[in-house]
Design a protein around this ligand. Structure first.
Ligand code: NAP
Length: 247
């Protein structure tokens, strides 16, 4: 797939979907930088696992919603591993509640991480991608950014924002050879969805035509494709990976 020796940055790469994306790209020979927010020892373990694929790898602790931390993180990665070819904006959080119970703080925290974080990381890598007239940016949105979901006003708004941002930046950066796409996962089995109540999960399963939940590999497979030259004529797209949940 000619991905060998490219450099990918995956935000939130220590667990769940982000970790699977890092492993899948590493298997294709891509050098990997992952970021995380809290768990240092886990990040160290994941870096060692990635390196087993004979690629370079590093982890940096940085809160994607903090502009200064993001800019420092990009500088450290560029100094250590070179310029970034593939950015996967994956870091994301939920703080679910019904509108009348949702605090302003929970609204702001989710929008800050899930939407402002995507803006800050994309802006921080855009200049060097523009210079070399090449880049792949893949934003992890969600089907609830398309359909909406009761109890997730903050999360759905952030993920819908990611879709609008993806399309706008694809238009801006297309002339510079940079492809920008979004993936909208349905229900994927990770720590994020493990915390949902069993009855909520049962209800969701009834709405999935394929009758099964997704796994992180389902998203990672698509990221590998969108990172490769096989998808070079695709930009500004939002691709659902949801077992048919949002048909
Ligand atoms: P997860 O298992 O909860 O992992 C989230 C990752 O993001 C962790 O590595 C975490 O790092 C990192 N992170 C959280 N806040 C951060 C911050 N402020 N700065 C930097 N990193 C931060 O989540 P997941 O289920 O894999 O989800 C990954 C992405 O897919 C998210 O954007 C999510 O919204 C999206 N998505 C997931 C599903 C699903 O069903 N799972 C569905 C649709 C969309 P620490 O461990 O250090 O905190």
């Amino acid at each position: 797939m000619k991905l060998k020796a490219k450099l990918a940055l995956i935000t939130g790469g220590t667990r769940g979907i982000g970790k699977e994306i890092a492993m899948a790209l590493a298997k294709e020979g891509v050098n990997i930088a992952i970021t995380y927010n809290s768990n240092d020892s886990l990040a160290y373990e994941v870096v060692e696992e990635i390196k087993n694929n004979n690629v370079k790898a590093m982890a940096i602790k940085a809160n994607v919603s903090n502009g200064e931390e993001v800019n420092n993180m990009i500088k450290v990665i560029e100094d250590e591993l070179g310029s970034i070819d593939i950015l996967v904006n994956n870091a994301g959080i939920t703080k679910d509640n019904l509108l009348i119970r949702m605090s302003q703080e929970d609204w702001e925290t989710v929008l800050d991480v899930n939407l402002k974080g995507v803006f800050l990381c994309t802006k921080a890598v855009a200049r060097s991608m523009m210079k070399k007239r090449y880049g792949k940016i893949i934003n992890i949105s969600s089907i609830v950014g398309i359909t909406g979901n009761g109890g997730q006003g903050n999360y759905s708004a952030s993920k819908a924002g990611v879709i609008g941002f993806t399309k706008s930046i694809a238009k801006e950066l297309g002339p510079r050879g940079i492809r920008v796409n979004a993936i909208a996962p349905g229900f994927i089995q990770t720590d994020m969805t493990d915390k949902l109540k069993e009855e909520v999960k049962d209800q969701m399963l009834k709405n999935i035509p394929l009758g099964i939940f997704g796994i992180p590999k389902d998203i990672a497979n698509l990221v590998v494709f969108l990172s490769s030259e096989n998808s070079d004529y695709i930009t500004g797209e939002v691709i659902k990976v949801d077992g048919g949940m949002a048909i």
